[in-house]
Ligand binder design. Structure first.
Ligand SMILES: Cc1cc2nc3c(=O)[nH]c(=O)nc-3n(C[C@H](O)[C@H](O)[C@H](O)COP(=O)(O)O)c2cc1C
Length: 349
């Protein structure tokens, strides 16, 4: 049997065995040192055994004040490389690629008193008012991204993803509601694009040529003062020119309340599709895509290239093995004995 979902996909020097990617999901399960501990190693390892094509890590903070919480994993220190490498090596032993999600929470950091943002505007009362980032802060964040890329390379990651959605630092530069700067990083669309594009170019410059660069984009905030689809189409073309290989399209979250649009299976596919059509760049969708039929349809129709699957994989690490069986496709199982549980056996021995 042939299947769109279980067909390989190549970006630069990286080939995924199928189109199912474990979407980044912060587990709040690390310790203050930001090191990948055993609990997280097993968490990621289970999804590697479960047959996904690629694992995307949860947010990896590029600097300590860029953490969402004190339980985030980090990539701001050399002490964090070994734990990450162990997980990446294990995934590779299962034939699974791994991408590091490099992130800075900006004004959505829950750590007290240290947050920076384009402008001194609070996300909500609880998180308080961040400091408007100085030029020195912004240069420091770029240096932190570059150092994080070097650590990701040392840890053996196959790709990196820049997190520019969910209301975090880079997203907040793009939205007019959160970026009121009067220097060259604020103002019209082009000016608000400037800092995220500087980060992208710096990351691309540090990343080896054969490794793809992914970018998680909020395509539309569906709210006054948030980013719009039209802006995002413009930005996507610039990201492509700057060396981004795939846009992982999501929506909303610049303000409390998330997303005002309707939510249904595949509700964000159209955003990825618009970007793919307008720019020719590869895209991924995320959000309530949790059935093989839907995946087959949207990949087969050329609407998206990859599916970033979140909660379905949190519920069931072996989702991809079950889907392969449903698709009638034989896949290489990291532990071949698992076939005894997926085949048509009446007795298990
Ligand atoms: C517990 C949880 C943590 C998440 N953490 C992240 C994260 O670290 N980075 C990110 O880009 N998205 C994060 N997300 C969003 C997911 O990557 C995904 O896009 C979203 O859950 C929609 O996909 P789904 O419907 O398949 O779950 C998180 C989602 C959940 C449920």
């Amino acid at each position: 049997m042939t299947s769109n979902t279980f067909s390989p996909f190549t970006l630069r020097g990286m080939t995924l065995k199928n189109r199912i990617v474990m979407s980044p999901m912060l587990m709040y399960a690390s310790d203050e040192d930001g090191i990948m501990n055993d609990k997280l190693f097993v968490h990621y390892g289970a999804r590697a055994l479960g047959g996904v094509g690629m694992i995307a890590t949860e947010v990896l903070a590029v600097e300590p004040r860029g953490r969402i919480s004190a339980q985030d994993i980090g990539i701001w220190s050399d002490t964090q490389v070994e734990g990450l490498r162990k997980m990446v090596d294990f995934a590779h032993s299962c034939g699974v690629k791994v991408t590091a999600q490099l992130a800075h929470a900006g004004r959505k950091s829950h750590l007290s008193g240290t947050a920076i943002a384009p402008s001194a505007i609070a996300y909500d009362e609880k998180l308080g008012v961040p400091a408007a980032a100085t030029h020195e802060d912004l240069e420091g964040v770029i240096a932190a991204y570059k150092a994080a890329v070097d650590r990701a390379t040392a840890a053996g990651f196959d790709a990196v993803e820049i997190h520019a959605a969910n209301g975090y630092l880079l997203h907040s530069f793009l939205a007019s509601e959160t970026n009121k700067r009067d220097d060259s990083y604020g103002g019209n669309d082009e000016e608000r694009f400037r800092y995220p594009l500087e980060v992208v170019r710096a990351v691309r410059d540090s990343l080896p040529d054969d490794k793809p660069l992914l970018y998680r984009m909020c395509v539309d905030d569906v709210t006054e003062g948030g980013v719009t689809l039209q802006q995002s189409l413009l930005l996507s073309a610039k990201l492509k020119d700057a060396g981004v290989d795939l846009i992982d399209a999501t929506t909303g979250n610049i303000k409390p309340g998330g997303y005002a649009g309707k939510v249904y299976p595949g509700y964000q596919v159209r955003y990825a599709e618009e970007i793919r059509k307008a720019t020719g760049i590869a895209t991924a969708t995320t959000g309530s895509v949790a059935s093989l039929d839907l995946m087959e349809e949207i990949i087969g129709a050329g609407r998206v290239d990859l599916i970033f699957m979140g909660r379905a994989l949190m519920r069931n690490p072996f989702w991809a093995i079950d889907a392969a069986r449903q698709a009638g496709v034989e896949i290489d199982l990291p532990i071949p004995t698992y076939a005894r549980a997926t085949g048509p056996f009446e007795r298990g021995f």
